[in-house]
Design a protein around this ligand. Structure first.
Ligand code: AMP
Length: 456
């Protein structure tokens, strides 16, 4: 998961990166960081915490230069040290570099072991550190060639921004799994960001998505250049970005995320209709899909569950007991709307089943006479290895139980999922979306047992 941003040719690039990271806070709340170059040296500031907690005016003022790369880190089980924050900085034969990375490399253990066997030492568990080592150890003469050399050795999902003292390199893997867009400022300068919502906040104009397999090179005084660094490009944008992860106002591959969610909800209603009085979303993740669901069935839609925004996401907490408590802290039903009603409750996805179980209980306690759970994505049966943090197969509730068994365990009157075909049609058949969590097609390498984000 995570967010990256690269800003080039802009005064106070660190401030632009700061606002961009702020708008992409949803992609990672554990740590954040920015690296800048003034043409002579790189300066990095990174820390655990949210963007507004980590950066202050005086810190940004100290990060001087016209090029900045930044990162928001998503919390993954077992890795929460500041050492795992990005950008990752290194001095090497050709000078200094900082790297930010969104995605997950599936061959990180093999690559790391090979590097360790040759004497490399590592400070963190991050696959991003492998990237730095591969660049440093390459025998090519220019950074550009070293980066290309490194790219032949890594597999999986990645969007990278690599900063040297004078240049910025941006690369998207040949499958284009994670999103990455290019924007421009009217008074000069460029920005690349994981999501277009960053452009809206900093006043950049969207130009286009970075192409799968493309490398963009930014250099002061020149127009950016583009080259395709892979011969076999096989575009598979991640469906889960549309389902859950991206912000609803973002546009990925020309498609607005909110509209896609609305479509999924509409299709869900056609596939799993039910006799109900009221449609409720799980806030905020199920809102757009619930609107679509209610519209197709012609049933009232209400924001019948209040979300306390001051609690972090529940999924990311390490133990089951804390996760349960956090659901209650986060969500609270409006009894007045719910009592005596047959309700459908819509969420975007079902992972471990923790949130849903609590919500069903909450709605029944609030007086709902029937609770029908509807999920606007298919059953998650496989861990994603391409950058969406999913637990092991054993922890995924849909690998162990059928929908009706899950409904029973949750105390729901029924449970329905969007079909894989329904998801494909909602997103549009113009693309081969990455559906790995649903169909187990690990097209970019790796398998259900490969290391996930943050692990090694
Ligand atoms: P669970 O309660 O374990 O089934 O998790 C489902 C909830 O977590 C849904 O409300 C989703 O919006 C949310 N969710 C789905 N995938 C993720 C993820 N990778 N990280 C954090 N939250 C997620």
């Amino acid at each position: 998961m995570c967010a990256i941003v690269g800003v080039f040719g802009v005064e106070k690039a660190s401030t632009v990166a700061y606002y961009s990271l702020f708008s992409m806070q949803h992609r990672g709340q554990e740590a954040t960081g920015i690296s800048v170059t003034d043409g002579k040296r790189l300066t990095v500031y990174k820390k655990r915490g949210m963007v507004t907690d980590v950066f202050y005016q005086d810190i940004l003022d100290g990060l001087r230069g016209r090029c900045a790369v930044g990162h928001n880190r998503y919390s993954t089980a077992g890795s929460d040290s500041v050492g795992d924050a990005q950008p990752v900085f290194a001095k090497y034969k050709l000078g200094e570099i900082s790297v930010v990375h969104n995605g997950n490399l599936v061959n990180k253990q093999e690559v790391r072991q090979a590097l360790i066997d040759k004497g490399a030492i590592f400070q963190t568990d991050m696959d991003t550190e492998n990237i730095i080592h591969l660049i440093a150890k390459s025998e090519k003469n220019s950074l550009e060639d070293r980066i290309k050399d490194m790219l032949t050795k890594i597999e999986g999902a990645y969007c990278l921004a690599i900063q040297s003292r004078k240049k910025m390199f941006v690369i998207r893997d040949r499958f284009g799994i994670r999103p990455l867009s290019l924007g421009r400022f009217s008074d000069g300068g460029y920005i690349v960001a994981s999501e277009t919502c960053a452009f809206d906040l900093v006043g950049a104009e969207f130009i286009r998505d970075v192409k799968p397999g493309e490398m963009l090179i930014f250099e002061e005084g020149k127009e950016p250049t583009s080259q395709m660094v892979f011969e076999n490009v096989d575009y598979h944008p991640c469906a889960f970005e549309y389902i859950y992860f991206a912000r609803p106002d973002s546009i990925i591959d020309g498609k607005n995320v909110y509209k896609m969610r609305l479509q999924m909800g509409k299709r869900l209603a056609k596939e799993t209709p039910t006799d109900i009085d009221l449609v409720l979303p799980v806030p905020d993740s199920g809102v757009a899909a619930a609107r679509g669901y209610a519209e197709v069935l012609g049933v009232p839609f209400e924001m019948g569950i209040v979300r306390n925004h001051y609690v972090g996401r529940t999924f990311i907490e390490p133990t089951q007991a804390i996760r349960d408590l956090k659901v209650k802290m986060k969500l609270s039903p409006i009894e007045h709307l719910i009592a005596g009603k047959r309700v459908a409750i819509i969420d975007d996805s079902l992972v471990r089943g923790t949130t849903s179980k609590q919500i069903v209980r909450m709605l029944k306690e609030a007086g709902a006479t029937e609770v029908h759970m509807r999920i606007a994505s298919p059953e998650i049966k496989f861990p994603c290895r391409y950058g969406i943090d999913t637990p092991t197969r054993e922890e995924l509730i849909s690998t162990k139980y059928t929908p009706s068994e899950i409904a029973k365990r949750m105390g729901a009157d029924s449970l329905g999922f969007l079909s894989i075909e329904g998801l494909k049609e909602s997103l549009g058949k113009d693309r081969n979306y990455s559906l790995v969590s649903f169909d187990g097609n690990y097209f970019a390498g790796g398998n259900a047992e490969s290391p996930s984000c943050g692990e090694i």
